[in-house]
Design a protein around this ligand. Structure first.
Ligand code: JFZ
Length: 473
């Protein structure tokens, strides 16, 4: 199965970092004190920056700091994985459909034929962006180039792009950006540092080996020049962007990525743009947010977010709606609306954004199942968004029964799972004055004990997704 293969590759990449992993895990097991976390982060960044210098001495611009606040307020975004791979639709496997070139070992010469059929005539950016707004999302992160190496925009440095090589012939990124500007949605670009198509991505990494038909030679520095040139295009030809979402360094940890140059270039061209990277490590200097793939910060349930150490940067967690990022025809294993809303709430409880993914179909439409889910989430947010948007993590850490958020002196408990009528929530930073149900503002009974507070939540007040309680102290 595709997913299994992918996991094995990552395991390989991970072994190289076992030392850092262990250091982080040990420290994490006793993450009682914030300062300990800081020290961990510091040590780890020193360990890592031994080989990866990133942007040393980076001082974020004022605009960048403002955007970080905006980002943390935004809370909810749409991740879009769209590329040539959507036409293969996962090939009938329950796997990660955007990896099909690597999984089925399709040589470049054959894979490139997909450009001849890419013609998403039903792509309607106004429809996409309206859907995003109705879903209550504040930004979009779209793949400008995934591992397959194909650019979804008009790149001058490579004709392996949607404008030059497909019957469709129009710049997807440009159309989407114009519409985002119109409707007040920020656009981020995912960019894969890993490339299965470029000949100069050599020596090869853990993936894209053996089958692509590229000559067994190449000039790595030329590849980095090319990548930086593509990034410069993205940052100069499309107006102000939200930021760059990197992915793929894990394919080749030992490579001279010249991150310093890349990050400096981005921050020079657009000081406000937020840089993040899906390297699953503690953030490197020059990065503006920290991300978690399919995981809540620090939980490491996927087994690959081993650098669970949480930085002081804004956080983001991304997740799929079924099991795939790219459009997968066979995968009907959709997460429920309840599950996804609860994940959004839990992310908020960690102070993290939730970036929820969809893989558009070859015709340019979003899968109807995904649209339905997003509309239902938007409905919930219409009612309860006040307790999510603009909040920061609350006084009670997310736990089995729920999470907490706060804003402007207001504190909300989100009760997601119930045991008994009486819910023990632990200690609060100050003496509790009142507790009310958000829905009808009726008060609830509570008891203050030595160990903390017990709330009394009658069955009649319990909601199926989230019972919100406003605390005053
Ligand atoms: C990466 C991509 O490979 C995938 O196609 C998708 O774009 C996702 C958002 O990001 O997936 C990863 C990257 C790194 C690890 C695991 C999955 N890792 O380091 O274990």
């Amino acid at each position: 199965m595709i997913f299994k293969h992918q996991k094995m590759i990552f395991i390989g990449a991970r072994l190289i970092y076992l030392y850092q992993h262990n250091t982080a895990q040990q420290k994490l097991n006793h993450k009682s004190m914030n300062c300990k976390k800081l020290i961990t982060g510091f040590i780890i960044s020193i360990l890592l920056t031994g080989s990866i210098m990133a942007q040393t001495g980076y001082q974020p611009a004022e605009k960048n700091l403002q955007n970080r606040e905006w980002f943390q307020d935004a809370k909810f975004g749409l991740f879009i994985h769209w590329g040539l791979y959507c036409q293969m639709a996962g090939g009938g496997d329950q796997g990660i459909a955007e990896w099909i070139m690597n999984q089925k070992k399709i040589p470049i010469a054959q894979y490139e034929k997909l450009t001849n059929f890419f013609n998403p005539t039903s792509f309607n950016p106004a429809e996409w962006v309206s859907m995003v707004k109705k879903a209550g999302m504040k930004y979009i992160t779209i793949t400008s180039k995934h591992h397959e190496g194909f650019a979804m925009y008009d790149s001058k440095v490579s004709d392996y792009n949607v404008v030059k090589r497909t019957p469709y012939g129009k710049d997807i990124i440009k159309q989407l950006k114009d519409e985002c500007d119109k409707q007040g949605i920020k656009l981020f670009f995912y960019y894969s540092q890993l490339d299965w198509h470029h000949p100069d991505y050599f020596p090869r990494g853990n993936t894209g080996q053996g089958f692509t038909g590229r000559p067994e030679k190449g000039d790595w520095n030329k590849y980095i020049d090319y990548m930086n040139a593509q990034l410069a295009e993205l940052l100069t030809n499309y107006g102000e962007v939200g930021g760059i979402w990197f992915d793929g360094m894990w394919d080749k940890w030992d490579a001279p990525w010249r991150l310093d140059e890349t990050y400096s270039l981005i921050h020079k061209l657009q000081p406000g743009a937020l840089v993040g990277s899906n390297h699953h490590k503690f953030p490197f200097p020059g990065e503006d947010f920290q991300m978690y793939e399919r995981d809540l910060p620090g939980e490491n349930s996927m087994g690959f977010n081993h650098m669970g150490a949480i930085s002081d940067l804004p956080l983001e967690m991304c997740e799929t709606m079924n099991g795939s990022w790219g459009f997968n025809l066979a995968d009907n294993n959709y997460k429920s609306v309840k599950q996804l809303i609860q994940t959004l709430i839990k992310s908020s409880g960690y102070g993290a954004n939730f970036l929820l993914n969809t893989g558009p179909m070859p015709n340019g439409k979003i899968q109807p199942e995904n649209v339905d889910t997003l509309m239902a989430m938007g409905k919930w947010l219409d009612k309860y968004g006040e307790t999510i948007y603009g909040t920061r993590k609350g006084p009670i850490k997310p736990t089995n029964w729920g999470a907490s958020t706060q804003k402007d002196g207001k504190v909300w408990l989100h009760v997601l799972n119930f045991g008994e009528e009486n819910l023990f929530i632990g200690k609060l930073p100050a003496k509790l004055k009142s507790a009310r149900f958000f829905d009808d503002q009726s008060t609830l009974k509570f008891k203050e004990t030595e160990l903390g507070i017990i709330l009394n939540i009658p069955d009649s007040k319990k909601k199926p997704i989230d019972t919100i309680i406003q605390l005053e102290y």
